[in-house]
Design a protein around this ligand. Structure first.
Ligand SMILES: [Zn+2]
Length: 70
């Protein structure tokens, strides 16, 4: 699994930072992790994740650690 797949392909895309931030707030309100919006270097849109450029959650909220084995 490449970095692009991790930080971009498997995640929801938002057209603006505002949209990403709004969804991040919704997830946090519903008991999810505190995610941060970040601009994507691959698709030019925005995603949300624990750290900019280091997405740890996919669109269904599955921890990335379960998807990638060291
Ligand atoms: Zn992307």
């Amino acid at each position: 699994m490449t970095e692009e797949e991790v930080s971009c392909l498997g995640k929801d895309r938002y057209p603006t930072r505002r949209a990403a931030k709004k969804d991040a707030s919704r997830i946090r309100r519903t008991g999810g992790p505190n995610l941060r919006p970040y601009p994507c270097r691959y698709c030019g849109r925005h995603h949300i994740g624990n750290r900019p450029g280091n997405a740890t959650y996919t669109r269904r909220g599955t921890p990335l650690q379960e998807l990638i084995q060291p």
